[in-house]
Design a protein around this ligand. Sequence first.
Ligand SMILES: [Ca+2]
Ligand SMILES: [Ca+2]
Length: 321
Amino acid sequence: MKKDDDRDVGQSDGCVVLANGMTTRVALAFAAAWILALGACRAERGDASERQLSAGERFRDCPYCPAMVVVPAGSYRMGSVAWENERQDDEGPAHDVTFATPFALGVYEVTVAEFGRFVAETGYSAASSCRGSASSWRNPGFGQSGGHPVVCASWQDAKNYAEWLRSRTGEAYRLASESEWEYAARAGTTTPWPWGLGEADQCRHANGADASTDYSWSWKAGCNDGHSRTAPAGSYAANAWGLHDMLGNAFEWTEDCWNDSYTGAPSDGSVWEDGDCTKRVLRGGSWIARPSVLRSADRSRSAAGNRNYSVGFRVARRLAP
Ligand SMILES: [Ca+2]
Ligand SMILES: [Ca+2]
């Protein structure tokens, strides 16, 4: 683990990676060396250092790993109250969730460059179709640089990326539970939007539909954020816990199965594994979303195999106790 203030991208951290296409004997030799090297890396990083991390501190587990931030232990009220404007029935009943220990969450949505590294190393195919067309994460139908959030990634693509990070670092990368996601998005706020004032302030805090959006619909914020599609990760202000783009830019897959209400939902921050598991929960709205969909409590869902040009993800991981 490296504190994220040494941004030495490109410098090897000694965690070697197996190349594709090598012979079995060579692969086995490399695998043995890799396991030894990984052990050394983990020992060098030292899980003890995780106990010294404070809430809000950033780190990276490897040069090409996403920047992570420590989310504090604590409690919050998940969901929305009955009088919240434009709330949906699936946002209730509001209920308390408690996180006994801190966890880490990606500072940004996973970027095109980060996802591209995974694809290049593994040969993973994530390009069959997006919204039923020939577009893909490489070309979702609008311009994206390496620093933009990857979109056209399915829930399974996101899971496979997290699993690859886990294999490369030995750390417990995964997707966030839905309750972790809302806790981190609210960052201690109880207002409909983390920035409090809603539509009038949206353009400083989140990339949603706004005056720059060239779709003809009328459900836009009145301000102009200059991004009619995705924006490079981190273009908008961070929330109080140092997280960027939780609301807006790309929708984010969470681990949870879909349920139409919170009746029976876990109260300890764990993944809700019951319900309609052919669909997974999406949170945060996107560049195409109207202000009401950018509320902290708003919920969406999609079939786990779907790819859409408004949908990406970020990763979470457990911290050593
Ligand atoms: Ca926008
Ligand atoms: Ca987002």
